[in-house]
Ligand binder design. Structure first.
Ligand code: PLP
Length: 419
């Protein structure tokens, strides 16, 4: 109560801006994930791994736009590439050299994308991957996992609803190969695809067991089903995503977020013989259009990010920094005997209000959302911005010093509010 009252008193401009926005958008919101009571902060500016809100408070940005801001808010190379592209004109009504260059950079990193195409978001990339899987197999059903997130348009109160499109989804349990086996025993000949995040992202950064993911690969092969890895979040866990780390080749892969350099982006790709259906020279070609699929600013920003900013060494170092931070935060919770934990991998982690093992979202049922809220608001007061749902996604500018600041603020927040 007192924490919420302080929040409201500290942020009058954010409150007012939400009210004004609500005159044009329902609830003042156009991205459901960003809303939380009493009102979310309105940000005005970002630089490196720092953010400033409309009331003038500065924050260390530990959210990094839910992974899309891997490069931080103002990388000089990306800004220069965008300025350069801008000076040559937007909307060129044609394909461009930059587009092919970005495609080749992504292709050479991700084993599961022998051929690929671009879209405007991760949501779109998943819809397209499902379309490919259905066209390729001539089947209609799709296995997805309870608590997964593949983008979206409608999700209802935590219900099992990854996308609101008319797909014939059947739901299995994450990290439970038996539940997938059972579905395939019942529906195998009708199943076009298994769509899976190698680590649940929005579902709580819950890693898929390597044996579970390898088991999905084997089951998909056995049943003639297309295995789709949604690496929209996990693509940052190594240069070639989690698939490269685990040496598992899915039939199709989707990604987005940071690969577009911080601008709207999605990409889907897969085995050459499957993706070749999009070759417009073929009589049986699948069509896939989209005015902004190759928009020049995204192509330029994505290419600059991959070729001028992101090295495999820098990405590995960031993920090691994340591993160390997660261990440190969990050590604080253990020292203070607080029944909470962070799960995740590398630079991604999420706070859960339970100390029991978390292997699927079902393990989070009945945990105390208010304890997480308290941490969220207590960290905001201490100048740390993370997701209300407890997610942290480090960016390249988020260095050791920033991790120290975050860990100290977290310890102080936990000590202060432990009881
Ligand atoms: N898939 C996963 C695993 C995601 O985490 C997200 C977004 O958070 C998406 C798909 C949707 O991507 P976008 O928001 O670009 O549509």
């Amino acid at each position: 109560e007192a924490t919420l009252a302080r929040y409201a008193a500290r942020n009058p401009t954010s409150a007012r801006l939400l009210d004004e926005a609500a005159t044009a958008m329902p609830g003042g919101n156009t991205r459901s994930v960003l809303f939380h009571p009493p009102f979310p902060l309105a940000m005005s500016r970002g630089e490196g791994c720092r953010l400033w809100d409309e009331d003038g408070h500065a924050y260390l940005d530990a959210l990094g736009e839910f992974t899309a801001a891997l490069y931080g808010h103002s990388n000089a190379h990306i800004r220069a590439a965008i300025a350069d592209a801008l000076s040559a004109g937007l909307n060129l009504s044609s394909h461009t050299a930059r587009e092919a260059a970005l495609a080749r950079e992504i292709q050479r990193r991700f084993p599961g994308m022998a051929l690929l195409r671009f879209a405007n978001s991760g949501t779109e990339a998943n819809l397209l991957a499902l379309a490919v899987a259905k066209a390729h197999t001539g089947r209609g059903k799709v296995v997805v996992f309870e608590g997964a997130y593949h983008g979206g348009v409608l999700t209802f109160g935590g219900g099992p609803s990854p996308m609101n499109v008319p797909h014939d989804f059947v739901f299995a349990r994450y990290n439970d190969l038996g539940s997938v086996q059972a579905l395939l025993a019942d529906h195998g000949p009708d199943v076009a695809a298994i769509l899976v995040e190698p680590m649940l992202g929005a579902g709580g950064t819950i890693p898929g067991d390597p044996a579970f993911l390898a088991g999905l690969r084997a089951l998909a092969t056995e049943h003639g089903v297309q295995l789709i890895f949604d690496e929209v979040m996990t693509s940052r866990l190594s240069f070639g995503g989690r698939q490269a780390l685990l040496d598992i080749a899915p039939d199709l892969t989707t990604a987005g977020k940071y690969l577009g350099g911080g601008l709207s982006f999605g990409v889907f790709g897969g085995r050459a013989e499957v993706m070749a259906r999009f070759d417009p020279r073929r009589p049986d070609a699948l069509a896939h259009a989209g005015t902004f699929n190759n928009n020049v600013l995204t192509m330029a920003a994505g290419l600059a990010g991959l070729t001028q900013v992101l090295t495999a060494e820098a990405l590995d170092a960031l993920n090691r920094r994340g591993d160390a931070l997660r261990e440190r935060l969990n050590a604080t919770l253990a020292d203070q005997a607080v029944d909470m934990q962070f799960t995740g991998l590398g630079s991604l982690m999420t706070l859960h209000a339970t100390a029991r093992p978390v292997r699927s979202p079902a393990d989070l049922a009945g945990t105390d959302g208010r304890a997480k809220d308290l941490v969220f608001f207590a960290l905001l007061e201490r100048g740390i911005f993370m997701a209300r749902r407890g997610m942290i996604a480090l960016s390249l500018p988020f260095g050791d010093a920033e991790c120290d600041t975050l860990a100290a603020a977290f310890e102080d927040a936990i000590r202060t509010h432990r009881d």
